[in-house]
Each structure stands twice: as structure tokens, then as C-alpha cells.
Design a protein around this ligand. Structure first.
Ligand code: BGC
Length: 377
């Protein structure tokens, strides 16, 4: 009798728990409570699944991709992006795991530039420079999210309205980022942005990939190809000098597949400045249309990730600032256990008239499409 009563209570409590944490189940995806911000606002985790069995999970805090599960050559599904289990970790995170970085992904020298004849001063948050949108960038705000019908596949649209003056940026900017998972295992990101005053906009996606699916492995065995003949070399503060550097005969040459670790410790000045790879590659044949930018292959699992983008640049960051302090998904992320391939305009472009422009004016629409496609080899 007692046992029955206990069972009944447990079922009841379980039911209440499930109905509190399950937010919504639609044919397009599921959602559940991920956590609450200190002010009580709820952060929700959304799940997109395709017909090939791949799954991507996204939270509306920072538009963060919390996991991306894709098959290896034996059909084994594993998560290939670094991340955390709890909202608190994302709130405290300085690594930008999985987020949309913005308004300006990457660095602006001294956080300063001139726009329409006026000097703009942004928040300084990286030495003497501005990085990834400032102290409270797009990675630290709550976005509105909803499942949307998209011909690409199950999709989630996230919208953030950035007020005029946020982190020093002029104009109220509305950015819609749509994440889609196609049946061809493409994880597609489209961006659409507008402003009410002349401003700059250059968002990017900041997932750290480890295609082995084992986060205690480094990414040094990953073989990388980047379709670029040049990089924008940087100074010690990682601000571009404004010149172009031909990659020929340097450790920056990834025009054919090369293991990331092969030349990463060479005494090449750019490598020393970046403490490894942390540079912008100037993509060949930029014309504003979607093109293949890079391929990343992990030999043990056979996973191959191909990056397509309509952007002029690709920041390849080899996780040089990971140091074991960030723990998530049951491991402490050690040095170079994840790498980012961030499609964007060139760093510090507001101060470099020869770089493609990132200026956005009222009435114009900012667009970006970047695709990470997963296959096996
Ligand atoms: C930058 C790194 C920076 C990292 C922060 C990357 O996009 O290139 O320099 O440390 O983001 O997580």
C-alpha cells in the first residue's frame, strides 16, 4: 500500500517536473527550459533534428549552439562542438563557445574608428582593443527565438534588437540569425540585419569544433584546407597591419590539406603573435556569393566538415587560449582541444579603407550565409 502511494507520488512529481521543463514540442523541433538568468528570465534550449539522425541544440542566450551531433564513418553519432552543461557556465564564459559574436566579430584597434566624420569609441575589453562586441556582446544577451518553416530544413530564427549606443555602437540594430539543419547534414546560418542610423555590423559564429567527438583530444591531428592565398598579418595585439601576406612558403599555407599541428610551433612571427593560429585568411575569389572556404578532416573518425560562406574572410583560431580552466560536458577543455572557423569581414576593417566595408546604413540590409556541412571520408 505504502509502496503504491510512494509510486504515485513519484509519478506525480515526475509529471510536474516534465511539464515544467518541457516548453514546446512542434513538428519542427522540441524545446525545454535550460536555466534562468539572475533576473528570472528563462533561457530555453531548442532542438533541431534532420532525417539523417543529426541533432543540433541551441539556446536563446547568446544564440549559442550547445551541441551538434553528427555521424562518423561507422555511423556513430557524437557531439563535435565544445560547450557547457549549465547556463551559469555560459554566463561566466570568456571563450565565446558556440555563440554569435557581434556586433563586430573579431577586433577593432583601440575600439575606435571614424564613421560619417564622427569618432566612435567602443568598449575596450581585450587589452587596449575591442573584441567580439564588447563586455556585453551578442553572446551575453537573451534573443527571441522561434521555430520557422524554411525550405532548408528544421530551422530556428533568433532575433536580437541591439539598442542605439550599446557598447558604444551607433544606431539601433535588429539582427535575425536563422539556424537550419538540412537533410544533407548542412548546418546553415543566415543573418539579416538592419539599422536606424549608420553603423557597422560584422557578426560571426563562434563554435569550437573537435571532429573527433572526444574533447580530451587536441585538434592538432585535424587536417585543414583553406582556400586562400593570403592572410591579413597582425601586430602583437592581433590587430591587422593593413597589409596582405602571401601564404606561400609559410606555416600559414593551407591551400592543400595539412595537419593543424604540423607547423603550429614554428618560429614564424605571425604564429608567435597569435600563440598559434589566430588569423584572418583572405578567401580567394570573393564575390559576395557562397563559395567553398575551407575543409576540415579528422582522420580517426573520418568526419569531414566543409565550410561555405559569402564572406571575404575566415578567422582560423586554434584554441590557443584554452587552458583547462573551462569545464563542460564532463571534461576540462585543455589547450588546443577545439578550433574555430569564423566567416566574417576582415578584423579592424573600420580603420582599414582598403578592406571590404562593414558599414550599414538605414534602408540597407546586411546579409550573410555560412554553412558547415558534415560528411565522411
Ligand atoms: C579570437 C581569439 C580570441 C577568441 C576568444 C577568437 O575569435 O580570434 O583571439 O581569443 O576568439 O574566444
Amino acid at each position: 500500500m505504502l509502496n503504491r502511494a510512494v509510486c504515485f507520488m513519484l509519478v506525480l512529481i515526475g509529471g510536474i517536473f516534465i511539464s515544467c521543463t518541457m516548453k514546446e514540442d512542434t513538428p519542427m523541433g522540441e524545446s525545454s527550459l535550460f536555466g534562468k538568468l539572475p533576473d528570472g528570465r528563462e533561457v530555453v534550449q531548442y532542438t533541431l533534428r534532420n532525417n539523417s539522425g543529426s541533432v543540433v541544440k541551441i539556446i536563446n542566450y547568446g544564440a549559442v549552439v550547445t551541441s551538434l551531433v553528427v555521424p562518423d564513418r561507422d555511423g556513430k553519432f557524437q557531439d563535435v562542438v565544445l560547450g557547457y552543461n549549465s547556463l551559469r557556465d555560459y554566463e561566466n564564459c570568456t571563450t565565446y563557445f558556440g555563440c554569435i559574436a557581434g556586433r563586430y566579430g573579431n577586433r577593432i584597434g583601440k575600439g575606435k574608428f571614424t564613421l560619417d566624420g564622427k569618432e566612435v569609441q567602443l568598449t575596450i575589453n581585450d587589452g587596449e582593443n575591442h573584441l567580439h562586441g564588447g563586455k556585453v556582446g551578442f553572446n551575453k544577451v537573451l534573443w527571441d527565438a522561434q521555430f520557422v518553416k524554411d525550405s532548408a530544413g528544421p530551422s530556428l530564427a533568433l532575433t536580437y534588437v541591439s539598442p542605439d549606443g550599446e557598447e558604444g555602437y551607433p544606431g539601433k540594430v535588429t539582427l535575425v540569425v536563422t539556424y537550419s539543419l538540412t537533410d544533407k547534414n548542412e548546418f546553415r546560418i543566415t543573418y539579416k540585419g538592419t539599422t536606424d542610423k549608420t553603423t557597422i555590423l560584422n557578426p560571426t559564429h563562434h563554435s569550437y569544433f573537435n571532429l573527433s567527438g572526444i574533447f580530451t583530444n587536441t585538434i592538432l591531428n585535424h587536417e585543414l584546407m583553406i582556400n586562400a592565398d593570403a592572410i591579413t598579418p597582425v601586430d602583437r595585439g592581433l590587430i591587422p597591419t593593413g597589409k596582405m601576406l602571401d601564404v606561400s612558403n609559410t606555416p600559414m599555407d593551407f591551400r592543400s590539406f595539412t595537419a593543424v599541428g604540423k607547423r603550429i610551433n614554428e618560429p614564424f612571427e605571425q604564429i608567435r603573435f597569435g600563440k598559434g593560429y589566430d588569423h584572418n585568411w583572405v578567401l580567394n575569389g570573393y564575390n559576395g556569393k557562397i563559395q567553398k572556404a575551407a575543409e576540415l578532416y579528422e582522420p580517426q573518425s573520418g568526419r569531414l566538415m566543409t565550410v561555405y560562406t559569402d564572406q571575404p574572410g575566415l578567422q582560423f583560431y586554434s584554441g590557443n587560449f584554452l587552458n583547462g580552466n573551462d569545464k563542460g560536458k564532463g571534461v576540462a577543455y585543455q589547450w588546443r582541444t577545439g578550433l574555430c572557423l569564423e566567416a566574417q569581414c576582415f578584423p579592424d576593417s573600420p580603420n582599414k579603407p582598403d578592406f571590404p566595408s562593414v558599414t550599414l546604413k538605414p534602408g540597407e540590409v546586411y546579409h550573410q550565409t555560412t554553412i558547415y556541412q558534415f560528411t565522411i571520408r
